[in-house]
Design a protein. Structure first.
Length: 386
């Protein structure tokens, strides 16, 4: 089978990282992947190419660039694919329309976030063109409910257009890399102290609400003066976050790291005592799954998607969104409680959110649409509820 992924850009964000992990964990010799991106950041291009995936850059200069639309149409008219799998609203709109015109028989889209988080224009086009999907996947039951009012995990031979296939990570491999990481470099570079270390990973965008997290940290340091918070990521709000840190005079406690290498990311997970997120909107965040794979307790906001990952009081704690004071209370509680939050989280991630199951479910869906009989080694395990 020939599968084409279409995505806005190849930045190391959640959707793109998921695609790369699906490619790496596809246990099927008869599947050939191509990944196409429309514009912008191509940071993951070499990673896909290293997995023998063809990478195509449509080179858009702006949204709905007519020259790029022409390139997309010509591409799908001249290349044969069994399935076009589009991710994120902009790519979904273009992929559905021009994939169908170009003769692609099966078009799938994956919704990575709730519809209220979509830009009004691209969200409208996504909604209008959704009828062109052969199947529509949500990465969490919360997202599927936000679109349809109900949700169900993918099973073979479902008749509904919608289904949920959870995001996943390679839990055991991620854990091994974190445990093997040498943290001495970070300890020297960032003057890491003996107090509790909190880690947050995510793009610097409004939905992540890191200003609330910094405000929460201002309260934490009143009780834990040597506590440190590292906010790892990149994005449009970087300067504002630096200014918020300065406004609270937290330069000795909060570090906005910017984008880091994969090796440094493993080091940050390794030297941290807890993972924390202040997001107000998420799909099924991969960073939370990585934290659980790293055996870190997680403090996060009580929002759709996240509620499906974090088991309050067992793998960490949930706090209301937009409440820095309650988030701070949970941060203090999670690093002072004598509970096996980290190990509980690891076991939950391994049982419910392993990438092998995610990849196998996608392959099974592809085969179902194309009329191919699934091979036994491609069948997903039953997900256990821990």
């Amino acid at each position: 089978m020939k599968i084409c992924f279409l995505v806005n850009e190849l930045a190391p964000a959640g959707a793109q990282t998921l695609l790369l992990d699906i490619v790496r964990n596809t246990d099927a010799d008869d599947i050939e992947y191509t990944v196409c991106f429309i514009e912008g950041d191509d940071s993951l291009a070499s990673d896909f190419e290293n997995e023998d995936v063809r990478v195509v850059d449509f080179g858009a200069k702006f949204k709905f660039d007519p020259r790029t639309i022409g390139r997309i149409l010509r591409f799908f008219r001249h290349k044969e694919f069994d399935i076009l799998h589009a991710h994120l609203p902009y790519s979904q709109t273009l992929g559905r329309v021009f994939g169908r015109i170009g003769g692609v028989k099966h078009v799938i889209s994956t919704q990575h976030n709730v519809p209220t988080n979509y830009h009004p224009i691209t969200g409208t086009f996504e909604r209008i063109t959704r009828r062109l999907d052969s199947r529509t996947i949500a990465v969490s039951e919360g997202i599927e409910r936000a679109f349809t009012g109900s949700a169900r995990q993918y099973e073979p031979n479902q008749r509904d257009q919608w289904c949920t296939i959870y995001n996943g990570v390679n839990v055991s491999e991620f854990n091994e890399r974190v445990m093997a990481a040498d943290t001495t470099i970070l300890e020297s570079q960032y003057a890491i102290r003996d107090g509790p270390i909190f880690l947050s990973v995510g793009r610097y965008v409004p939905a992540k609400a890191q200003h609330d997290l910094i405000a929460a940290m201002n309260r934490v340091v009143r009780e834990q003066s040597d506590a440190q918070l590292f906010i790892v990521g990149w994005g449009e709000l970087a300067d504002e976050l630096h200014q918020t840190v300065a406004n609270f005079a937290l330069e000795n406690n909060v570090t906005i790291t910017g984008r880091v290498s994969n090796d440094d990311l493993y080091r940050f997970y390794s030297c941290s005592d807890a993972f924390v997120s202040s997001s107000v909107r998420e799909g099924l965040p991969i960073a939370h799954l990585e934290a659980m794979a790293a055996e870190l307790p997680v403090v996060a906001t009580e929002i759709p998607g996240v509620e499906e990952i974090i088991e309050h009081g067992r793998t960490g704690f949930l706090a209301p969104a937009r409440s820095p004071s309650e988030l701070a209370d949970r941060m203090i509680e999670v690093v002072t409680a004598d509970e096996p939050f980290g190990m509980n989280g690891y076991e939950r991630a391994a049982a419910m959110f392993d990438i092998e199951d995610t990849a196998a479910a996608h392959v099974e869906l592809y085969r179902e649409l194309c009329g191919n009989t699934p091979k036994l080694n491609n069948m997903p395990r039953d997900r256990k509820h821990i």
